[in-house]
Design a protein around this ligand. Structure first.
Ligand SMILES: [Zn+2]
Length: 459
């Protein structure tokens, strides 16, 4: 332990020295951008146009209020009963007319978890696509190595945001063990849909307001967009928000239907909306602005898909594709495609897996060694566990945090209870997390580090 402690002192000293070095601002540029991105979720009820309001920043997802004759319509309901109560109190300052309808843009809990609050005693119809009711269970999110893309269990001091909203599950003040690894808070406020449709669209008039519910699969297969033809307002659900789209979620999901997402964006562009009110991040007004944003979003997804497929046809494997596939410069700088949430690299890997499966074409990977066997051989080759740990410590001081994490993993594969290896891996993951622009990546790194250190004796 003495060696480790002395190393820590060296590390702290090195950190202090580099804090004043010119490269540091660049090194943490992603984190600083992510911090600044929190302004996108400042708590506010925004009037989009006459009769359309959106509550941003009260919850991970927005809730949208549409006023009709003698009644209102709510599109998406926030994550929880508590969040929904906060929004309902704000909406009551605008209208206390009864809620005639609730519309779910898709099944995710950050859109359906507060419905019972808005429904109250009004007995509104609840609309969704039929696929919301029939969908396959969502397996992802349950205890993947202690990581959590939403950072629900992180202390406030290190938590920044969830990339597309302030957060989810962070009102839960129970011990971290109760929330770590779970994707979302329980859906205590979910109300089962009463009116579903199975076609491409459903036209309804509610409280005198004409609405078109459009099946626009993208982030989910059941995704719908809400179009108000008389006001030229589009509510795209989660098929658009101010961050690179999460074509694959690291909490563990199937690839989102990328080609359908592109087609859905084309459909939205054709509507020429004057206002767009996404279910995460702030609304956009002005036909030119909505067209530009939707087009950039469509082009960004298309570019990543096309480049990945072109590389695959040349035989490139996932690790190589990740190095090569980049957004073209104009799109890479577009404010709606910054990697605060999804990332290009994860999208590339997920597209690869969706098109050709897990096998990368290398025959040596048909029946690879068990991770434990490979680790034992590598550790022996390196001269033992202590040598591997020393290399990991050196890697950290040299800023090679990914390599440090991989080295610590060899020692953990040999012995899952190796405390110094857990500490080294946690340290490497923390350094990696602090350099991320993606909230999902940051939160996953930092919650995994927290999970590794849990229960260890203080140093
Ligand atoms: Zn959402």
């Amino acid at each position: 332990m003495k060696r480790f402690d002395s190393h820590r002192r060296v590390y702290v000293l090195a950190t202090l020295l580099t804090m004043s070095a010119p490269g540091v601002a660049q090194e943490f540029a992603g984190r600083d951008k992510l911090r600044a991105h929190s302004a996108e979720f400042r708590k506010e009820v925004i009037k989009v146009t006459d009769g359309v309001y959106v509550a941003v920043g009260f919850s991970l997802g927005n809730a949208i209020l549409i006023q009709g004759d003698g009644g209102t319509i709510i599109v998406d309901t926030t994550s929880t009963v508590a969040d929904a109560r906060d929004v309902k109190a704000e909406f009551a300052k605008i209208s206390t007319a009864p809620v005639r309808a609730i519309i779910y843009t898709h099944f995710h809990p950050d859109h359906t978890g507060g419905a019972s609050v808005f429904a109250g005693d009004d007995r509104p119809e609840v609309y969704s696509h039929q696929l919301l009711v029939e969908r396959a269970p969502d397996i992802g999110g349950a205890g993947r190595d202690g990581g959590n893309q939403f950072g629900s269990s992180l202390p406030d001091a290190v938590y920044i945001n969830a990339g597309i909203g302030p957060g989810i599950g962070r009102r839960v003040t129970a011990a971290p063990a109760a929330t770590a690894g779970s994707a979302v808070a329980p859906q205590q406020g979910f109300v089962r849909p009463t009116r579903t449709f199975n076609n491409d669209r459903m036209s309804v008039t509610i409280a005198g307001v004409r609405l078109e519910l459009l099946h626009t699969p993208g982030e989910t297969s059941d995704a719908i967009s809400v179009w108000l033809p008389d006001k030229n307002v589009l509510m795209p659900g989660d098929n658009f928000y101010r961050a690179f789209p999460n074509l694959y979620a690291i909490r563990g999901v199937r690839l989102r239907p990328v080609d359908q997402w592109i087609a859905s964006l084309d459909q939205m562009i054709a509507l020429k909306p004057e206002h767009m009110v996404p279910s995460h991040t702030r609304p956009i007004s002005g036909a030119a602005g909505t067209a530009a944003a939707l087009t950039a979003y469509r082009d960004g997804i298309q570019s990543v898909l096309d480049q990945t497929l072109a590389g695959m046809r040349k035989g490139q494997r996932p690790d190589e594709l990740v190095q090569r596939v980049k957004l073209p410069p104009a799109l890479a700088e577009n404010p709606y495609l910054q990697e605060f949430y999804g990332t290009v690299a994860w999208s590339v890997r997920a597209i690869y897996t969706d098109y050709v499966g897990w096998f990368d074409g290398n025959a040596a990977n048909l029946f690879p060694l068990a991770a434990q066997d490979r680790a034992a051989k590598i550790v022996a080759l390196a001269g033992g566990v202590e040598r591997v740990a020393a290399s990991a410590r050196t890697a950290i001081t040299e800023g090679q945090f990914q390599w440090a994490a991989e080295l610590a993993d060899y020692n953990l594969a040999v012995d899952g209870a190796n405390v110094p290896a857990k500490r080294l891996k946690a340290q490497a993951l923390t350094e990696l997390g602090e350099r991320q622009i993606s909230a999902n990546a940051r939160n996953y790194y930092l919650t995994t580090a927290q999970f590794l250190l849990r229960g260890l004796p203080p140093q």
